[in-house]
Design a binder for this molecule. Structure first.
Ligand code: BGC
Length: 937
């Protein structure tokens, strides 16, 4: 876990290793170039499978693909050799599973396995070597490994098991059952020494596992959220070190989680029948080669008399220390009074499959910054000065028998009162009942909250509150952050921080709309809008691929895609711009990762969605329902949050765009007939769109000419050449009318920077971006935002919360601007899928004097960092091995350009390409570059 602390400027900073600096890169590049002269090149590093898994345990895919990175100093890969064996001793010469021999290829990503078939539990070990641009071979890499999980239902001997908690649980509104959490345990004997132990677990609900009193893992809310009626994920744990000779005890705590939670206003899609259950299978391998398996079945004991009396995602957790059962997870405990569990055979109808992305973990600890003592009452408020998602760690003095009440808030009302109305029906309150006097040390286990402020009441009031009573444990899916963005503008840096916190707060096993109120759902529209920005900031390749599986499983038979995945509505309804996540996200992931499997896995879903669009049209004009340009500012009252852009215009635009992307995907997959068919469809729909919605003079007809109407037409390339130019002028007029402010909601906002950029109106985009007044990104920052808000005006210092009940202060959609910040302010963009070809084209503007970004691409770290000093433009760039880059320098004066201290014309390895107005374009090979040129502001 990372500890965050505040720096002098007030922003939270990480204590973690900095990315490789350009200077280090330059020296190691030169050093390695030298050592490459010798005969054995340094090995490939960061060996990974599929979406970047390193040495995975319980892996999900029996036909994995292999990737590696080449050391800095390598220009290009000419060939590779992969060896795969069932034991590390067989490597590299006696690989018994797969030996590719030397393959002449520059592919260093996603090489598909084509060796002997692999099955559940199988372990593989692998190595790779490469040949560089001079066809010299490298040393073999270190050995990487992978172990498969249980891939099929038939691998399980275990049964679904648990207590019937329907009968003695609390009844909520509309008689829904709020199940009391349960404890489950089983004692078993281990005969002699074991060499290996694996625990496979899944649950209908969420679990924590224990072996001989030790927590099996720090996973939070495992196994996570999938369409439970079709697929539930399983996890694999290496518990070899926890098993001992003699008596052992395996135990689980089990709570409702999403499966039996009252998700989406008590719909209880999966929780109508039954009670939470766990599925556990512990497989032991003895030193003499014999095996023993302990499974969940009716021989287990269970109790609902544990200290977690209540746990619900929206409502919080109640812990009564009087119910503690010391030692219940160990063999030293009498469970005679416990009940016998009920066990049920596994059915084939629900697939139990290994989890295909990382579980949620507590990733960051955030200390309290400030204690506030309200005027009235004995409650005290702890301010973490950062809106976050997770749970509080509480170290609070209490008196025996007292109840500590823990409430949460995203922002106080301007009068200092504790505001919770925007949580709507989510009670989001924890309780702790003390069994003795003294300091408790506790955090809730089976719930999570979205908050900046924690209010405590019921503590020992004879003690003075201290900051260390409350620490924020920030929880999100366990991915690494892999991008950084910084500039000379403090508010732009705060915006970047807000975007990243929005990501942390809403990547909680699935991409959610918000993390705090009675929703926290996988809204598809929000997801498609934010996906590109998320990939810049975090390694979320597997996160998205995993959710795309959920999306596929949620697709209706008629090709429709629900608003939310997992679908907790089950009403068959669709919305344009939302269901389009099915097409846009696979395409975006492919472009950024180069992973073709994301297209092949999802192609059928894409086709289904395009067909669904088509079925909802008349003469190619959409009649599809739409949430529209959701939450567009200054919309007319009758638009009811959906913005003023016509639904038909939005639906038709997305129909055309979906056909266009599906055509491109077909092209990549080598499906030529489909490529042509969807291209034709795109063109036909675009023509219909233009005829229906655009006048001769390029203005919108038959509906309101909103900024978003123009943005959709221009960004999705739906207009003929002449009309396009006229529409651009109309858009500029609209922006001018709005005093250079945006008027866009969820759908239009991500398109605004792209369109203005393509039009060459970057200065205008800077102007809009740096606006301080409503509606703008900085407006929220000026009102104290530390995350991205749902509405452009969710809160103001003067008037407090927007009175609309739907008002989250942690909604990532408008954070979609992050993509442009990386791609244009700092200047890193993929020109070819996976960044095989990179464009480094920063465009200074808005009075910025510097900006920089780093991005850990599939080929390695890319850096672009510029500053302007004394009429000189300095640009530092790092281009990773096995790629190439096109660097655009904002200068018109080629002779003034110096690269690594030498005139650009003197470089044999740099091609000065045709330059565009005011820019000099250089085609470069991998390596570090320090560039200088004259720059007139
Ligand atoms: C959610 C959204 C979502 C929208 C659909 C809201 O309740 O929070 O972000 O996209 O509904 O219009």
């Amino acid at each position: 876990m990372i500890l965050l602390s505040k720096n002098v400027k007030g922003a939270f900073v990480f204590f973690k290793e900095m990315k490789i600096s350009l200077f280090v890169a330059l020296s190691s590049f030169l050093m390695l170039q030298g050592c490459f002269m010798q005969d054995s090149l340094p090995p490939a590093t960061e060996l990974a499978l599929n979406e970047g898994f390193k040495n995975p345990l319980g892996f999900y895919d029996a036909i994995p693909s292999f990737s590696w990175k080449l050391p800095i100093g390598t220009i290009e890969q000419r060939g590779f050799h992969i060896v795969v064996a069932s034991s590390p001793d067989l490597l590299p010469d006696k690989a018994d599973l797969w030996d590719t021999d030397k393959v002449s290829s520059n592919q260093s990503l996603y090489v598909p396995y084509a060796g002997k078939p692999l099955s559940s539990r199988k372990k593989i070990y692998w190595q790779v070597r490469y040949w560089n641009e001079k066809d010299n071979p490298s040393q073999w890499s270190e050995i990487a490994k992978m172990e498969l999980g249980l891939l099929q239902n038939k691998d399980w001997k275990a049964q679904w098991m648990g207590l019937d908690t329907r009968k003695d649980s609390i009844k909520g509104k509309n008689d829904i059952i709020l199940h009391t959490p349960q404890q489950l345990r089983k004692r078993f004997e281990v005969k002699t020494t074991i060499v290996e132990a694996r625990l496979y677990v899944s649950a209908k609900g969420v679990f924590k596992g224990y072996l001989n009193g030790e927590e099996i893992s720090s996973d939070v809310m495992a196994p996570g959220w999938t369409p439970y009626q079709k697929r539930i994920e399983s996890l694999t744990y290496d518990v070899t070190d926890l098993v001992r000779e003699g008596e052992n005890t395996l135990a689980f705590q089990l709570a409702s989680g999403w499966h039996f939670g009252r998700m989406l206003w008590n719909k209880m899609i999966w929780g109508k029948k039954g009670s939470p259950q766990v599925l556990g299978q512990l497989e032991l391998l003895y030193s003499d080669g014999t095996k023993q398996t302990i499974v969940s079945d009716e021989s287990w004991k269970g109790s609902t008399k544990g200290p977690i009396r209540f746990a619900e995602i929206y409502d919080g957790e109640t812990y009564d220390a009087n119910y503690e059962m010391p030692g219940w997870t160990t063999s030293n405990f009498k469970d005679d009074t416990w009940d016998q569990v009920i066990a049920e055979e596994m059915s084939d109808s629900i697939q139990i499959r290994p989890k295909r992305h990382n579980t949620v973990k507590a990733k960051i600890k955030l200390p309290t910054q400030n204690i506030i003592h309200p005027q009235e009452g004995s409650a005290v408020i702890f301010d973490l000065e950062q809106n976050l998602v997770g749970v509080p760690k509480l170290k609070v003095p209490m008196k025996k028998g007292d109840t500590l009440k823990v409430r949460f808030s995203e922002m106080l009302a301007p009068d200092g009162s504790f505001y919770t109305d925007n949580y709507r029906s989510a009670k989001s309150t924890d309780h702790y009942i003390a069994a003795k006097d003294g300091v408790i040390d506790w955090h809730p286990t089976f719930t999570f909250h979205g908050f900046q402020y924690v209010e405590l009441s019921g503590f020992d009031t004879s003690q003075t509150p201290e900051k260390d009573w409350v620490t924020g444990m920030v929880q999100y899916s366990d991915f690494d952050e892999n991008g950084t963005f910084q500039s000379s503008h403090t508010k732009l840096n705060q915006l970047q921080s807000n975007i990243v916190w929005g990501l942390r707060g809403n990547f909680f096993d699935i991409p959610t709309d918000c993390p705090q109120r009675d929703e926290r759902l996988g809204w598809t529209g929000d997801a498609q809008v934010f996906a590109p920005t998320s990939i810049f900031n975090a390694d979320v390749h597997s996160f998205w691929n995993s959710w795309l599986q959920t999306l596929r499983e949620s697709q209706f038979e008629n090709g429709g895609i629900p608003f939310i995945a997992p679908d907790v509505l089950e009403n068959g309804a669709v919305s344009s711009g939302w269901g389009d996540a099915a097409v846009i996200i696979p395409w975006e992931i492919y472009m950024r990762t180069g992973d073709i499997s994301v297209l092949s896995e999802n192609f059928q879903m894409m086709e289904g969605w395009v067909a669904h669009h088509k079925s909802a049209t008349e003469n190619y004009i959409s009649k599809m329902n739409s949430y529209g340009d959701w939450l567009q500012p200054y919309q007319s009252e009758q638009s009811k949050n959906r913005g003023d852009t016509s639904k038909a215009l939005i639906g038709t635009a997305f129909f055309a765009h979906a056909a266009h992307l599906t055509s491109k995907a077909a092209g990549i997959l080598g499906l030529d007939a489909e490529k042509e068919m969807y291209q034709k469809l795109y063109k036909t729909v675009a023509q219909a769109f233009e005829n229906e919605f655009f006048e001769k003079d390029g203005s919108v007809k038959n509906s309101k000419g909103t900024q978003t109407a123009y943005l959709l037409a221009l960004n999705f390339e739906l207009l003929s050449e002449n009309k396009k130019e006229l529409a651009k002028l109309q858009l500029l007029d609209k922006i001018k009318e709005a005093d250079n402010h945006l008027r866009t909601g969820f759908l239009g906002t991500p398109l605004l920077p792209k369109v203005l950029d393509d039009m060459g109106n970057i200065d205008l985009m800077y102007d809009i971006l740096l606006k301080e007044t409503y509606p703008s990104w900085f407006y929220s920052i000026n009102q104290g935002a530390t995350t991205i808000w749902e509405r452009w005006n969710s809160y103001s210092k003067l008037e407090g919360y927007n009175p609309q009940s739907m008002n989250s202060l942690n909604h990532y959609a408008y954070g979609a601007i992050g993509e442009w910040m990386y791609e244009r302010i700092a200047g890193i963009k993929a020109l070819e899928p996976g960044y095989k070809k990179i464009r480094i084209a920063p465009v200074p503007g808005g009075g910025l004097t510097s900006a920089s970004a780093s991005y850990d691409s599939p080929y390695g770290n890319i850096e672009s960092s510029w500053k302007i000093d004394n009429s000189t433009f300095y640009l530092e760039v790092l281009v990773p091995p096995n790629t190439s880059a096109l660097i655009s320098i904002p200068s018109a004066d080629a002779p003034s350009v110096l690269v690594n201290g030498k005139k650009v014309q003197e470089w044999k390895t740099i091609e000065v390409q045709e330059s565009t107005e005011g820019f000099i374009n250089l085609k470069v090979r991998p390596g570090p570059y320090q560039i200088e040129s004259n720059f007139d502001l």
